[in-house]
Design a binder for this molecule. Structure first.
Ligand code: FES
Length: 132
């Protein structure tokens, strides 16, 4: 356990990154922890944390836009395609080349074999705590 400004009983690998009331729904914070940038997101009241590093070419992923994505359905017989905007507020897009990631799971929407490393994060006594 270590002493911290918030007087929380934290282990050495646990870090306060924000007050919980500062990281409201739809907000994010990017914190520098042990020399690593970590993005923490509040999406529909749930917290998610990922390295600020894109699996494509290392761009600052967590600085990207959080919005939705387009799902397409193509009918081979009629050759028609229907597009639908969905998942608003849940998709993180890298600012460098636009790769999209599901911010609630870390799954990459562009490459099935690619997934972000999820970092443990929780609310504790009014603070957002990341374990790294
Ligand atoms: S570095 Fe993120 S999409 Fe290319």
């Amino acid at each position: 356990m270590s002493q911290n400004a918030q007087n929380l009983p934290l282990d050495d690998d646990e870090h306060v990154v924000a007050r919980s009331d500062e990281l409201t729904d739809g907000e994010r914070v990017i914190a520098l922890l042990n020399g690593k940038e970590i993005g923490v997101f509040n999406i529909d009241g749930e917290l998610y944390a990922y390295p600020n590093w894109c699996a494509h070419q290392g761009g600052p992923l967590c600085e990207g836009r959080v919005s939705g994505t387009v799902e397409a359905e193509h009918d081979r017989d009629t050759l028609t395609t229907e597009l639908e905007w969905c998942r608003e507020g849940e998709i993180l897009s890298c600012p460098w080349h636009g790769w999209e990631f599901d911010a609630t799971t870390g799954d990459c929407l562009v490459d099935d074999g690619c997934k972000l490393r999820s970092i443990p994060v929780r609310n504790e006594s009014g603070y957002v705590v990341v374990t790294l």
